[in-house]
Design a protein around this ligand. Structure first.
Ligand code: MTE
Ligand code: MO
Length: 410
């Protein structure tokens, strides 16, 4: 396996695995903008980054249950109407490291930044499929339980040296409202090699694993993709299943992402040194003779800025984010700050359908404590309290309440 042609990456990325390359940005960087800069967008690969150098000859072939096999070139795909879809892509393994601390799991470790929010530009898959003779989804054209399989150019060991692949239902692929894209742009620029140049699939609302990069071919099939990542990975097992009793066939491939949130302005453990936090306003007014030097520990108040992200799958927006500064006993609602300057008129416009919301709150901390975030989506789904309740041997979908420790030192 040849890793000599890897692209350059931003030095601030935290590398979780070198070959294949897996990296995420520092927490703070992640929530400093609503649209994640491409260089800070997490990178998840299963093999060397492929080199596609002749765009004239690059094409996507269409096979399987279609009248006759077809081939589309970049110019054909770019001649279709271009859509810009703001969508958060999240790896199912986001927050795996924390799950592993509860009980060991298998897989690349990730902190809380294995996700990003980008503006993806490209053709709608529904338009592309129409071009090769597959009609759009309407109430009169049922898509009959078929599947659309995406096959990549890359090679990975899980597929015994074969390409990465995944599938989605034909009903989703042919539904223009599902916003599934064949994207050739990311954040207004040509897609870069790490993120799938020249063409990738973006399946909004679904775990990142189904958004196949470096697209090579599309197959219409009567069954779900039989590839490794659909059949022997990215399935959610109960905590009782281990590597000795696992039966992969008992579970469905994970598609939609559940509701998720994390605090990004703080690390797992934060030690607040006296003087680094503000004094509580009322308190300093109460006795102006007490200076920062002689304040008793218990009178210290630390106003801590809490910032983070919340996102749900399936096009469900975020209803609210609750913050606790006492380990989950009491809660207050955080406010959103995702699009400064934008005035939302109706509830529907509160967020981009497929995108995260960034939230902020302040916690008034007097002594050692745990700050917790939990999000509620528009279907009123709530994050589970304990990681143990969602623990699974592959360490996917850790959406448990996100907790960070704050220690106040004099
Ligand atoms: N597509 C190909 N061809 N090869 C891959 O290894 N990884 C998948 C998905 N698509 C992968 C792929 C996984 S698990 C995730 S989370 C996303 O791509 C990551 O996309 P990104 O690197 O653009 O963030
Ligand atoms: Mo992933």
């Amino acid at each position: 396996v040849n890793y000599s042609e890897e692209p350059d990456r931003h030095p601030a990325l935290k590398i979780n695995a070198k070959q294949p390359f897996n990296a995420e940005p520092p927490r703070q960087a992640l929530v400093s903008s609503y649209v994640t800069p491409t260089e800070f967008f997490y990178k998840r690969s299963h093999g060397p980054i492929p080199v596609v150098d002749d765009l004239q000859r690059y094409s996507v072939s269409f096979n399987g249950l279609i009248d006759k096999p077809k081939e589309l070139f970049m110019k054909d795909i770019m001649s279709l109407p271009k859509y810009n879809v703001t969508a958060t892509l999240q790896c199912a393994g986001n927050r795996r490291t924390a799950m592993s601390k509860s009980r060991t799991v298998r897989g690349v470790g990730w902190d809380v930044a294995a996700l990003g929010n980008a503006i993806w530009g490209g053709a709608k898959l529904a338009d592309v499929l129409e071009l090769v003779g597959i009609p759009k989804l309407t109430s009169t054209t049922p898509s009959g339980g078929k599947h659309v399989e995406f096959v990549s150019v890359d090679r990975c060991k899980e597929e015994n040296g074969g390409p990465y692949k995944a599938s989605i239902p034909l009903s989703q692929a042919t539904n223009p409202e599902a916003d599934v894209l064949l994207a050739y742009e990311m954040n207004g620029e040509t897609l870069n090699r790490d993120h799938g140049y020249p063409l990738r699939v973006v399946v909004p609302g679904v775990i990142g694993a189904r958004s196949v990069k470096w697209l090579d071919s599309i197959n219409i099939d009567s069954q779900v993709c039989q590839g490794f990542f659909m059949q022997k990975d990215y399935k959610m097992f109960p905590p009782s299943v281990n590597w000795d009793n696992i039966d992969w066939s008992t579970r469905r491939p994970q598609m939609d992402f559940p509701v998720q949130s994390a605090i990004c302005s703080l690390e797992d453990v934060n030690v607040g040194k006296y003087g680094k936090f503000h004094l509580e306003k009322e308190w300093s007014a109460f006795d102006p003779n007490i200076t920062e030097k002689n304040v008793p520990v218990l009178s210290l108040a630390c106003l801590i800025a809490i910032k983070g992200y919340a996102v749900s799958g399936g096009g469900r927006g975020i209803e609210r984010v609750d913050i606790s500064s006492d380990g989950g006993k009491t809660w207050k609602e955080a406010s959103r700050y995702q699009k400064p300057g934008v005035q939302y008129v109706t509830d529907d416009e509160k967020s981009d359908k497929w995108a995260w919301v960034l939230f902020e709150a302040e916690a008034d901390v007097h002594s050692n404590t745990e700050i917790v975030a939990k999000a509620i989506d528009t279907a009123a789904n709530v994050q589970p309290e304990k990681v143990e309740d969602v623990w699974n041997l592959r360490g996917i979908l850790n959406t448990s309440w996100h907790r960070v420790q704050v220690q106040v030192r004099h």
